[in-house]
Design a protein around this ligand. Structure first.
Ligand code: CMP
Ligand code: CMP
Length: 371
């Protein structure tokens, strides 16, 4: 019996199209198919032109790659090259070696994969993980296998301190974890336990390395110089500042856009990269009621930070923050803030005491900060 032969590349083409449909949810599937496959064709042609021009073969094939669950030869070699420091003592102490490959900025110089393609590749490689209450997704001290993005569920974070397991925080229906062991080739730094039924998207180590870690090298090139000039971070070691670059995200805001809302729960910290923000406070009247008029108490520009107060005091946001003109901020989530900015805590606390002085000068009381 002759089997029907499936043309090479058909599966990947259809997979790529499906991923894009799921991501963009176009109203007209046929019209979207025409646009999508035209892009694929153009990308193929571009690739062929590049190949002709360049004797060195391009690294990527058609727009959408096959699923990356199986590491390619390069990745296997990369992983063999990762060395382990034998000076490790206890189970939970960290191996000091950092995967040298991961941050060699020259490595991805010839990686001509576009961000859109990389994104599709990541989506392609992700797999769903359903979890039950009390299930350990990660155990501190283990080797890293996957990185996880939360779809739903609440997850406790436990860290070993003086032989006891201490709950240091939680992820509440958003965020991601499990990147540290993969980025720095260290044992898992925390235990992550589901507190209820939940769903996660996992990304295997090899794909994480190939796509995410190499992007981090680009990020280091982009933000290294800026981070070096942020006064708050001066007291950190260079390697600590680079870890901050690895975790930060960038967000752009339009003129007058609200970045933080007074009274809301806090989950991140901001550094102004460009533009300016104004800090506005709704004060209480003498009778203790909330007055709706907002008063400007301060401004922050390039290199300055805001949004630390609620994270430090574990209270709701003490002020609203708005963009003044087009503004870009670097954003660090609460887990990374707690993990990486501990050494800057004294400086932050000193500045927080100045907020009180500002409020006393403006309103005659700093009760708003105390809530
Ligand atoms: P990883 O070390 O790979 O596995 C455990 C994960 O927990 C870690 O990556 C981080 O993503 C996450 N995490 C959250 N808070 C902390 C913390 N305080 N210390 C270490 N890891 C943390
Ligand atoms: P947070 O309370 O997290 O969110 C609002 C931010 O405004 C606050 O952190 C501080 O970073 C910043 N801020 C600047 N000046 C003041 C002030 N006088 N009172 C309160 N917050 C201030």
């Amino acid at each position: 019996m002759s089997a029907v032969e499936i043309p090479a590349g058909l599966k990947e083409l259809l997979q790529g199209y499906t991923v894009e449909v799921l991501r963009r949810r176009p109203p007209n599937l046929v019209e979207f198919a025409v646009q999508h496959f035209t892009r694929v064709l153009e990308s193929q042609k571009k690739e062929q032109r590049l190949k002709k021009r360049n004797s060195k073969p391009a690294r990527k094939g058609v727009t959408f790659q096959t699923s990356s669950n199986t590491p390619n030869k390069d990745d296997e070699e990369e992983e063999e090259e990762e060395e382990e420091d034998t000076s490790t003592t206890g189970k939970y102490s960290r191996r000091v070696s950092v995967c040298a490959e991961a941050y060699n900025p020259d490595d991805d110089e010839d990686d001509d994969t576009e961000p859109r393609e990389q994104f599709s590749e990541v989506l392609d490689a992700m797999f769903e993980v359903l979890v039950k209450p009390q299930e350990h997704i990660i155990d501190q001290g283990d080797d890293g296998d996957n990185f996880y993005v939360i779809e739903k569920g609440v997850y406790d974070i436990f860290v070993q301190k003086d032989g006891a397991s201490v709950c240091v925080g939680k992820y509440d229906n958003k965020g991601s974890f499990g990147e540290l062991a993969l980025m720095y080739n260290t044992p898992r730094a925390a235990t992550i336990v589901a507190t209820q039924d939940g769903a996660l998207w996992g990304l295997d180590r090899a794909t994480f390395h190939r796509l995410i870690v190499k992007n981090n090298a680009k990020k280091r090139r982009m933000y290294e110089a800026f981070i070096e000039c942020v006064p708050l971070l001066k007291s950190l070691e260079l390697s600590e500042r680079m870890k901050i670059v690895d975790v930060l995200g960038a967000r752009a805001f339009k003129d007058e856009e609200r970045i933080i809302t007074q009274g809301e729960k806090a989950d991140c910290f901001y550094i102004v990269e460009s533009g300016e923000v104004k800090i506005m406070i709704r004060s209480k009247t003498k009778a203790g009621q909330q007055d709706n008029t907002e008063v400007e108490v301060a401004r922050c520009s390039r290199g300055q930070y805001f949004g630390e107060l609620a994270l430090v005091t574990n209270k709701p946001r003490a002020a609203s923050v708005y963009a003044v003109g087009e503004t870009k901020c670097l954003v660090i989530d609460i887990q990374a803030f707690e993990r990486l900015l501990g050494p800057c805590m004294d400086i932050m606390k000193r500045n927080i005491s100045q907020y009180e002085d500002q409020l006393v000068a403006l309103f005659g009381t700093s009760d708003d900060l105390k809530h």
